[in-house]
Design a binder for this molecule. Structure first.
Ligand SMILES: *Cc1c(COP(=O)(O)O)cnc(C)c1O
Length: 456
């Protein structure tokens, strides 16, 4: 029999209590970073031959280190794309950790993968992809985009005449930085179509028609964005789908941020055409209220992903054995060993039901509208463009770029809010403006008002 280590029991209780307090706290501060040297001076040497003890290490975390993080789920954190994991999902993230599930193969992770797949079926249903389409959870949008693009590239290169050719893909200038970064990883060139607003089918067609014969041969994929990270702009997915079908190009939709809005009836029509995609990226850790990290990649034809990603190795053959039959997530994306990242989402969805998700996303959309109205009614403020999805770009009349930066730092210093500036291109000029991105349904109208009124 194992001896019960009372110290460990106490430690477990302390950590659980801390986690529960953290989840339930309503008056959290927005923490701020310190320099690494400053943190080191506060905590001293923590990795030693004999260990400093759990209580000691935990106290250092609580006193100094925890405060150097910005809680992304703070209702006045409207920077970048924030997050707002449900309590249910966070609690089940703890369960996921405690369960030590190897999520690569059904043989080891059947229970967890089953749950992931139930959640995935729901996500696939939101997109309207045809029968047979399916997906897997990844570490995030970057990994999902990479997995999809590798699949596209491998599929294109199956054709003997394309072997050894360096591919080209087309994306709009509003595409996320990870699309350009992952193009480097797979060594393909990206052709960016300049567009301040949505990328339209017609301008895609025009771009293609201007390619040289060799370039046209190298072109294998188009990446459309289902909600740009900067402004929430959704490309003309229907028009782009048509062009991709006519030109025999892989159609990838990066909806890492916007994909959560597929559940919202009020904006679902903006995504029409997404059901014609070959692959789609959606980040549950953005607008599906999952904790970090959780992305998802969906394929119209998962067999193509399997061809691209299935790893071979004598030590892996056992997983393909009869007795282990089931869905192997490792075969559809870049990672082998993986956490069952979709498990917290499954629990939260099962507990709350789809309607709660609908309401929570609709609230984010509504907050963006409300913020837009407040800005229009404010004498010193102006909308840069109408709110799109949950992104609001606006200017403080008369402010220079450094005013926005100072205001951001000032709010952050006070632990009051985190709202960061961005740039928006109009014509040939980039203007520094302020930006809200609403995810958290607990953000209140009062929060928005306080933030806007702090822009004296
Ligand atoms: C956030 C985002 C990504 C990157 O996703 P990560 O989860 O940060 O890797 C990719 N594309 C879009 C449109 C995004 O908003």
């Amino acid at each position: 029999m194992h001896k019960i280590d009372l110290g460990l029991v106490e430690m477990t209780m302390d950590v659980m209590k801390y986690a529960i307090d953290r989840i339930s706290a309503t008056d959290r501060k927005i923490g701020k970073p310190l320099k690494a040297e400053e943190l080191k001076a506060l905590v001293g040497e923590t990795i030693t031959d004999k260990g400093i003890g759990g209580e000691n290490a935990f106290n250092l975390w609580k006193q100094h280190l925890a405060n150097a993080n910005v809680p992304v789920d703070h209702p006045r954190n409207l920077a970048f794309v924030p997050a707002s994991p449900t309590k249910a999902a966070i609690m089940f993230d703890l369960v996921t950790s405690a369960s030590s599930i190897h999520g690569a193969y059904w043989m080891e992770g059947a229970g967890g993968i089953f749950c992931e797949n139930e959640a995935m079926k729901w996500i696939v249903s939101l997109t309207g992809l045809p029968e047979g389409a399916f997906g897997v959870f990844t570490s995030g949008g970057t990994a999902a985009n990479l997995s999809a693009l590798v699949t596209a590239r491998e599929h294109w290169r199956e054709k003997p005449s394309n072997r050894g050719m360096k591919g080209i893909m087309i994306a709009s200038s509003g595409a996320h930085s990870s699309v350009k970064a992952m193009a480097k990883v797979i060594d393909v060139d990206v052709l960016l179509v300049e567009s301040e607003e949505a990328l339209e089918g017609a301008s895609l067609q025009e771009t293609i028609s201007k390619l040289s014969d060799v370039e046209r041969e190298r072109l294998f994929a188009v990446v459309a964005t289902g909600g740009t990270t900067n402004a929430g702009i959704i490309d003309d997915l229907e028009g782009i789908a048509k062009v991709c079908e006519a030109e025999d190009l892989w159609f990838h939709v990066d909806a890492a941020y916007g994909g959560g809005a597929l559940v919202a009836d009020s904006v679902r029509h903006l995504f029409n055409g997404i059901e014609r995609a070959d692959s789609i990226t959606i980040d549950p850790h953005k607008w599906m209220f999952s904790p970090y990290d959780c992305g998802a990649v969906l394929y119209k034809n998962p067999e193509l992903a399997k061809n691209a990603h299935s790893q071979q190795g004598s030590y892996l053959d056992i997983f393909k054995d009869e007795g282990a039959h089931g869905f192997n997530p490792a075969e559809y994306q870049i990672q082998l060993t993986r956490r069952v990242r979709g498990l917290p989402l499954w629990f939260s969805l099962a507990m709350h039901g789809i309607d709660r998700y609908k309401d929570a996303v609709e609230r984010g959309l509504e907050l963006a509208k409300i913020a837009g109205e407040m800005i229009e009614a404010h004498p010193d403020l102006e909308l840069v463009r109408p709110p799109s999805l949950s992104c609001v770009l606006y200017r403080r009349k008369g402010w220079q770029p450094e005013d926005y930066t100072e205001w951001t730092y000032e709010n952050h210093r006070k632990g009051f809010a985190l709202v960061t500036p961005t740039k928006y291109k109009q014509g040939e000029t980039y203007e520094t403006v302020s930006r809200f991105c609403f995810i958290n349904p607990d953000t209140t109208e009062k929060d928005i008002e306080l933030i806007l009124n702090s822009m004296h």
